[in-house]
Ligand binder design. Structure first.
Ligand SMILES: [Zn+2]
Ligand SMILES: [Zn+2]
Length: 189
């Protein structure tokens, strides 16, 4: 007996049903010449796990928000759409949306804009391999609070800022936070 494969949505090329096949999403209209396919791992090269059926449903409706992780663990969310480029359907990421993010300063490694992400203030050229990031929780282990946007701006501008941390005895004190190319920032005691 033939197993019925459930449709995830309409094919953007021909309007037929899109179904999950072995390792890729394909169009039922392939017999009529539709060439739409999208491999599960279409975004693997840029740090995204396999595209799930739920994400494919969202993509077929228009766009899906997807989370990406860079090599240094910075998480970014991008809007992904299906687009036909050079005759092939691809999961297209709106990188330009990233450039609309507010610039907080200049990346000390490459000079590009530093922008806010969920977990950090990171270089907007992270896709091109720049790994500069000031993690919001970088001073937590010293008893500090999350690094705020204002502090990140100060760090990028003048190379340092003052933050309050809580000592083991519970008393608070101010320490200097220095901009650091490798770690984003570091506390000076
Ligand atoms: Zn199709
Ligand atoms: Zn950079």
């Amino acid at each position: 007996m033939k197993k019925r494969v459930s449709s995830l949505g309409k094919c953007p090329a021909c309007g037929d049903e899109i179904v999950a096949r072995s390792g890729f999403y394909g169009c039922n209209g392939y017999k009529d010449g539709c060439s739409f396919t999208l491999s599960f791992n279409a975004l693997a090269s840029i740090g995204h796990p396999n595209i799930t059926a739920a994400q494919m449903r969202a993509l077929l409706k228009g766009a899906a928000k997807m989370e990406f992780k860079t090599a240094n663990g910075v998480e970014r969310i991008f809007s992904v759409e299906l687009k036909e480029i050079d005759g092939k359907w691809r999961a297209w990421i709106d990188f330009d949306a990233g450039s609309e993010l507010e610039s907080l300063g200049e990346c000390p490694l490459c000079g590009a804009d530093v922008v806010e992400s969920m977990l950090s203030f990171c270089c907007s050229k992270w896709r091109e391999g720049c790994e500069f990031a000031i993690f919001k929780n970088s001073i937590k282990r010293f008893g500090g609070k999350m690094v705020t946007k204002q502090k990140a701006i100060e760090l990028l501008k003048s190379g340092q800022t003052r933050v309050s941390i809580k000592g083991l005895n519970g008393s608070r004190r101010d320490v200097t936070l220095l901009l650091d190319e490798e770690f984003g920032c570091k506390v000076v005691f």
